[in-house]
Every structure is written in structure tokens, then in C-alpha cells.
Design a protein around this ligand. Structure first.
Ligand code: CP3
Length: 334
């Protein structure tokens, strides 16, 4: 699997074209996904290897993408440690008892690989079924996961999270260290079972200043990634252009870039690293001539980096027409 286009691009080795996959390619806009998920709660589907395997394979079959992303969720490992969390349709993760005190934190135990045997089984089956297509494992970064734990659900301003990090830095660092252990173990389990690369999602880190990120978040994201040593690591955030070098410093081979920053400028900010991105997912709803011009621009700008993994700047929107994604893949693969 080391010779896959994805792994070569992640390692900054020359490739004839960028590999292409899409964040949130599994689920969301696919009718075959919606049909399979009927009547099965999100987090239950993540515990069922038959469903995980099928949903992970659906976009690979439909689009012919150069990588599969493991079907799971960033809250699956905290749920496996006993935290009462559900995913409400159209809303996101909701935590029954938010974490705001030391006593709350002490209820969250570390993750043992045996807690997620269903992950090992799913990844093992998938890597067999995928053949030459690499599987990307993933986890939520400590800040993004902690934001759900502290707020109790999705949040626009992350105000309780920010208040906690500044008011009680000791508790904050202990909470992030705990989440780093959980997300880190989750990544290691996926790698041990056969994942060819991993991505750490810090989707909400853009809510922070550079100074906050450096002091309150970076050491914990670095600890999460440090346990992965044998496969390439992609580190992605939204709205993180102002501190892109810190995402690299946390231990990434590949820095994920949202649509706000052109990839040639991103490459200048993280010298020596590969980049991933960065088509604005909203533009997939525009006319094809617009999409095509954007894809061509991004492929050209990506050549400024030692390696480029073509992706969106954030996840596929639920309103996306799957045929447009298929056309993007066809256009890049030629
Ligand atoms: O295609 C893939 O990328 C596969 C797996 C995947 C899911 N969630 C499945 C999912 C991945 C990589 C994630 C990561 C994730 N989960 C992130 C980081 C990525 C990002 O988009 O920023 C975050 C912040 C979450 C938390 C989460 N889970 C939210 C906010 C939501 C609700 C909003 C939504 O996407 O609909 C979920 C639910 C979720 N996770 C769904 C899927 C397919 C939708 C559930 C459903 O179909 O009912």
C-alpha cells in the first residue's frame, strides 16, 4: 500500500496527478447511504461492521476516488468509554452531562483498544475488500471533541469552552490530555488494523486565536498524533490559515487547507509539507464551468507543494449532487 498515489502524495513524492477523495464522502449526500441507514441511529450504525464496511465502500464504488474514508464519527471513541453521547439527525453530537468540573472529567476513563473491537473488525474487513484503494482512518482533535463535551452539543461561539480554558487552565489541560489519549488510541487501533493513512479533524479550531491554539491546543493535538508512526498523518482545520504552521508543527505530514487560502500560499506557510484541499464545498452547487475552472486552479496551485491531495476545503454538503462529485473525480483522473 506504500506505493498508492495517496501515500506517495502525502509523503511529498512526485505523482503524475493529485490523488482525490472528499471529506464526508461517505453518507450525507448519497441516496444509497440514506436507504441503508433508515431506522438505524447514527452511532449504532458505527458499531455494526457490516454497515461500516458497506457505507465506507459506497463512495469508492460510485466515484472511484483514490482513497476511502472510514465510516465512523469523532464521538465514537468517547462513547466507547461510556460517555452518554448521541448524534441527533441534522444537529450533531449531543452530550447528556456536559463536562465543566473536575468531577465531570473524572467520569471519563481512558480508551482501551478492546473497547472498540468493532473498529478493528471493520477496518480489517475493509482493507481486504478495498484491495489497492487505501483506507484513511481518522479521529477528532482534542479541541473539537472537547468543545462538544464542554458545550454539551454543537456551538456557534464555543463560549463555555473558551471560558473554561482561560479560567481553569489546569482542568482544561487535563481534559485535553484525556481526549488526546482517547483519540490517539482510536487512531492507533485503526492503523494496527490496516489503515494506510490517518486524518485528525480539528474542525472548530478556527474559533481560536493563534496564541490560544499554541498554548491550549497544540500540545494535545501533538500528543494525539505522536502515537501514529508508521503511516502518513493529515492534520485538518477550518479557519486555521493564520496558524497553519502550528498544525504542521503538531506532527502532520500533510496540512489540510480550507477554501480561504490558495494552496500555493499555504505551501509557502508550511515549507516541506504536503497540502490537502481545497475546493469550496458550496461551489459544487454552481454551474459545471465554475467547478471545472476551480478544480483546474487548485490542481495548478497545489503543484507549489511537495505533495498535493485533492479534496474539498471542508466536508461534502448534504445538498450536493453526487453526479458533480463523480465529474470532479473524472476530471482530475483524466
Ligand atoms: O464521509 C466521511 O467523512 C465519513 C465519516 C465521518 C462522519 N463524521 C460521519 C457522520 C467523519 C470523518 C466525521 C467527522 C466529524 N464528525 C467531524 C469532523 C469533520 C467535519 O465535517 O468537520 C465532526 C465535527 C463530527 C461531528 C458530527 N457528526 C456532526 C457535526 C454531525 C451532524 C451534522 C452532519 O454532518 O449531518 C455528525 C453526524 C454524522 N457523522 C453524519 C455522518 C454521515 C450524519 C448522520 C446522519 O446521516 O444522520
Amino acid at each position: 500500500m506504500n506505493s498508492s498515489l495517496l501515500v506517495r502524495a502525502c509523503r511529498g513524492e512526485p505523482t503524475e496527478r493529485p490523488p482525490v477523495w472528499f471529506m464526508r464522502q461517505a453518507g450525507r449526500s448519497l441516496p444509497e447511504y440514506r436507504k441503508l441507514r433508515e431506522g438505524v441511529p447514527m452511532l449504532e450504525s458505527c458499531r455494526r461492521p457490516d454497515m461500516v464496511v458497506e457505507i465506507t465502500l459506497q463512495p469508492v464504488r460510485r466515484y472511484g476516488v483514490d482513497a476511502a474514508i472510514f465510516f465512523s464519527d469523532i464521538v465514537v471513541p468517547i462513547k466507547a468509554t461510556g460517555v452518554d453521547v448521541e448524534i441527533q439527525p441534522g444537529v450533531g453530537p449531543v452530550v447528556a452531562e456536559p463536562v465543566r468540573t473536575r468531577a465531570d472529567l473524572e467520569r471519563i476513563r481512558p480508551l482501551e483498544p478492546d473497547d472498540v473491537g468493532f473498529i478493528t473488525e471493520s477496518v480489517q474487513t475493509l482493507t481486504r475488500e478495498l484491495g489497492d484503494t487505501p483506507l484513511i482512518g481518522f479521529a477528532g482533535a482534542p479541541f473539537t471533541v472537547a468543545s462538544y463535551l464542554v458545550e454539551g452539543g454543537p456551538s456557534r461561539h464555543h463560549e463555555r469552552t473558551k471560558a473554561l480554558m482561560h479560567s481553569d487552565p489546569d482542568l482544561w489541560h487535563d481534559l485535553l490530555a484525556r481526549v488526546a489519549q482517547i483519540s490517539g488510541t482510536f487512531l492507533q487501533v485503526q492503523v494496527a488494523a490496516g489503515a494506510s493513512a490517518v486524518q485528525l479533524f480539528d474542525s472548530w479550531a478556527g474559533a481560536l486565536s493563534k496564541a490560544e491554539y499554541q498554548r491550549f491546543v497544540l500540545p494535545h493535538s501533538a500528543a494525539t498524533l505522536a502515537g501514529v508512526t508508521t503511516v502518513p498523518k493529515i492534520h485538518f482545520g477550518v479557519g486555521t490559515s493564520e496558524f497553519l504552521p502550528l498544525l504542521a508543527e503538531a506532527g502532520a505530514d500533510v496540512v489540510g487547507v480550507d477554501w480561504r487560502l490558495p494552496l500555493d500560499e499555504a505551501a509557502r506557510r508550511v515549507p516541506g509539507r504536503a497540502v490537502q484541499g481545497n475546493l469550496d464545498p458550496a461551489l459544487l452547487l454552481a454551474d459545471w464551468s465554475v467547478v471545472e475552472a476551480e478544480v483546474d486552479r487548485i490542481v495548478a496551485e497545489g503543484r507549489a507543494a511537495p505533495g498535493h491531495v485533492f479534496n474539498l476545503g471542508h466536508g461534502v454538503l448534504p445538498t450536493t449532487n453526487p453526479d458533480v462529485l463523480a465529474r470532479v473525480v473524472e476530471h482530475i483522473q483524466g
